[in-house]
Design a protein around this ligand. Structure first.
Ligand code: BMA
Length: 323
């Protein structure tokens, strides 16, 4: 067992959320959940599939007082009201900026089986009941998913001028080739003056090792720690195995990587990670810090929601040690 795998421990009673066969929109799969801990409540938005005919995803809401036992709402949390959402809303990621919650989620230009173009959209809420849709935030022809927002606006000084920017991580799959300096889909740092306009893009994390050789994508929204912004991302191997790695970004200059794990901190091992609608997938999409412990929520085999926990300091030391 590699050192990395000892850093993160699976919750022994995984999975924490399974399909509800009595509820039409979430009867087949519930996975890839965004989770946020705020005012002693764990808020969860999760991707749900209720019929396989067109593999359309919807988004459900659940909440918990302890992070392990989630109570779900019976109705769809987040209804497709816009034309761009009609083929599915996938992989919600959640952050709180100021006093609002923001959700980035994937939308498709057509049904999954038609090989649609992929975009990411943004929405906001204050109560998880009423959502305001802010539209698509990624550019055309970029096939862009795995978009996560940093939870705050960051100040900078450039040429003596003070400013503030919003940062995000995103994965434009078509940005490959010599013009982009990378030959596999990679994680880019986006920077903009608002959450919906991102003007500057910097290549950040590209595949380097076998377990992430095919592509990488951001997982959880970055978490601010004393040693840097903590990023947990997924990597896909040539055998299409989805594992998770971690990195630390400089607090003031997030384009600078200060540490990155060489081997995965989580790999599909348990049956609920190895066998599902897509086999061999661990797909982290949310994390919270509670009493110095990091709760990492992830999808297992595109079928269920799972949890693994690390001591935050131990994980950070591990990332810095790996280089
Ligand atoms: C990615 C996304 C995720 C999914 C993963 C594994 O491209 O579609 O929602 O969990 O593939 O199938």
């Amino acid at each position: 067992m590699s050192g990395g795998k000892r850093v993160l421990s699976r919750y022994p009673k995984n999975p924490i959320l399974v399909p509800d066969k009595n509820n039409w929109w979430e009867s087949k799969a519930v996975f890839n959940c965004g989770v946020l801990y705020d005012h002693k409540i764990f808020h969860m938005l999760y991707r749900a599939i209720g019929e396989y005919e067109n593999y359309v995803s919807r988004i459900g809401y659940a909440c918990s007082a302890d992070g392990f036992h989630f109570e779900r709402r019976e109705d769809i949390a987040f209804n497709p009201s816009e034309q761009y959402e009609r083929y599915g809303m996938e992989d919600p990621r959640l952050v709180k900026i100021g006093n609002r919650y923001y959700i980035t989620y994937v939308v498709l230009s057509d049904y999954v089986r038609q090989k649609p173009e992929v975009f990411t959209a943004l929405a906001t809420t204050t109560d998880f009941r009423k959502f305001t849709k802010l539209g698509i935030i990624t550019s055309n022809s970029a096939d862009n998913k795995d978009v996560v927002l940093f939870p705050e606006r960051m100040n900078y000084v450039s040429a003596g001028v003070k400013g503030a920017s919003y940062f995000s991580l995103h994965r434009p799959s078509t940005w490959i080739g010599s013009a982009y300096g990378v030959d596999r889909p990679s994680i880019w740092l986006g920077e903009g003056e608002s959450l919906t306009s991102v003007g500057k893009h910097t290549l950040l994390i590209k595949p380097e090792r076998d377990w992430e050789a095919l592509k990488v994508g951001a997982g959880i929204p970055p978490i601010k720690t004393k040693k840097g912004w903590l990023v947990i991302y997924h990597g896909v191997s040539h055998d299409k195995v989805y594992s998770a790695g971690a990195a630390l970004l400089d607090l003031e200059q997030p384009s600078r990587i200060v540490g990155r794990t060489r081997s995965p901190i989580l790999e599909p091992e348990e049956p609920y990670e190895r066998f599902g609608d897509v086999n061999n997938v661990v797909f982290p999409t949310g994390a919270c810090v509670v009493n110095k412990e990091l709760y990492v929520y992830y999808g297992g085999a595109d079928k269920v929601c799972c949890l693994a926990i690390a001591n935050l300091d131990v994980l950070i030391e591990h990332i810095l040690k790996e280089g």
